[in-house]
Write a protein that binds this ligand. Structure first.
Ligand code: AMP
Length: 396
């Protein structure tokens, strides 16, 4: 496989799969442009090398054909402003007209295609749709880590039409290097922090991590399934009844592998799921009926922060509470501050997953951790040890 640094892009049309699945508000304005900014290093590489750039992406989950709210038009304008150059737009992402447009694209020019998911062939991985897309470039770059766990037309199937000219983009290569480094050459103590609402989908990841880490911190809604497995009373807090037994087995497995499992010892509980609810703190396993744990409590915050500050490698996925509401954000905030402290003392910290990334962005701390991954599901599957179709397709 050739690296993007060595490839000669001179007078080549370079088709880049980017991840412009950005949040838009009701006025269709971009609320967070992290993903757009993250695509710029690859675009610059191609333009500096004398090539032209054709960008393709999905946005949201359109059902059946064009829907204005899923159009990539707002991204065209925003990207042009960020790059301070023209970005052309094609209403269609396949067909003769757009092939012609790419052939007429002069070196140094950029063309953005309309949302790939307006065609069902994208998510179904249709071969003829992939072939149509492949006509839009002489070289293919995958720079969309966030969708690399999907075997879609533009992320995986398309690569069969680019033997010898398929590459990882700068962003995707950075993701691979950073995740590989923490999973295979982490300095110890290595602490993984998992949070968020659901245990489902994280069991295999925990099993994998238990082979590598020294500390496992579990917070957020997912902690209550573990507390229940230990026989605690959790009131109306989020519990996945179908996973209680498995959570109990994970507690035992952590013990067998000599991994310190840190569960919350106290919680901020509320009498309903709202920022205006009556709140108080309670012991984690003595939450009264009718009350819900919505954040880790002050004692837990101190214990977790101490573990984090003495770690040399840190992996964080998922908030410690319902951080979207100000009364339940303290846990997530203090954990983020502890990660920043550890990082400034030389630890390597990798933060990934939609919610922990928005938390770290909201706090303005994204520059103060070692690496912020753009992947949610893709990051978790990578950690789990699964082969990601978008990555495999480039390597094969
Ligand atoms: P996930 O999709 O599993 O990563 O969960 C992310 C969501 O978990 C966020 O929107 C948080 O508001 C939510 N969350 C975190 N802690 C809790 C909790 N204790 N109870 C309910 N939801 C929570």
């Amino acid at each position: 496989m050739v690296s993007i640094d060595q490839f000669d892009f001179f007078e080549k049309r370079v088709l880049i799969r980017v991840d412009y699945n950005v949040p838009l508000n009701e006025g269709l304005e971009i609320e967070d442009d992290t993903r757009i900014k993250a695509s710029i290093p690859s675009i610059d590489k191609v333009l500096d090398g004398g090539g032209s750039v054709v960008l393709m992406s999905h946005l949201g989950r359109p059902k059946n054909g064009y829907e204005k709210k899923f159009s990539l038009r707002p991204v065209q304008k925003h990207l042009a402003e960020l790059l301070n150059r023209d970005v052309e737009f094609s209403e269609e992402c396949v067909g003769e007209d757009v092939v012609l447009k790419t052939q007429q694209l002069l070196p140094g020019r950029i063309l953005l295609l309309e949302n790939l998911r307006f065609h069902q062939g994208e998510t179904s991985g249709d071969v003829s749709f992939s072939e149509e897309l492949s006509k839009l470039g002489d070289v293919y770059i995958n720079d969309a880590f966030g969708t690399s766990h999907r075997a879609h037309a533009s992320t995986s199937i398309i690569t069969r039409f680019f033997p010898g000219s398929k590459l990882f983009g700068v962003l995707l290569q950075g993701e691979i290097d950073n995740i590989e480094s923490i999973m295979h050459s982490a300095k110890h103590p290595f602490t993984a922090i998992l949070g968020g609402a659901k245990v489902a989908g994280k069991v295999e990841i925990i099993k994998q991590l238990l082979n590598k880490i020294d500390n496992l911190i579990v917070g957020g809604g997912m902690a209550f399934t573990f507390i229940k497995a230990r026989g605690g009373s959790v009131g109306s807090s989020l519990v996945d009844d179908s996973l209680i037994e498995l959570a109990g087995q994970l507690i035992e497995l952590a013990d067998e592998k000599s991994v310190h499992l840190h569960l919350p010892t106290d919680s901020i509980i509320a009498d309903n799921f709202s920022n205006d609810a009556t709140i108080r703190s309670a012991k984690i396993d003595e939450i009264p009926d009718g009350w819900t744990g919505l954040d880790i409590g002050p004692e837990t915050q101190t214990i977790f922060a101490d573990v984090i500050r003495s770690s040399r490698s840190i992996l964080w996925n998922g908030p410690m509470g319902v951080f979207e509401m100000s009364n339940f954000e303290a846990g997530t905030k203090n954990i983020a501050f502890a990660i920043v402290d550890a990082t400034s003392n030389g630890a390597f910290s990798l933060v990934g997953g939609g919610d922990s990334v928005s938390a770290i962005n909201k706090l303005g701390l994204s520059e103060k951790v070692s690496y912020v991954s753009t992947g949610g599901g893709a990051l978790l599957e990578y950690i789990e040890g699964k082969e990601l179709p978008g990555i495999k397709a480039i390597l094969n």
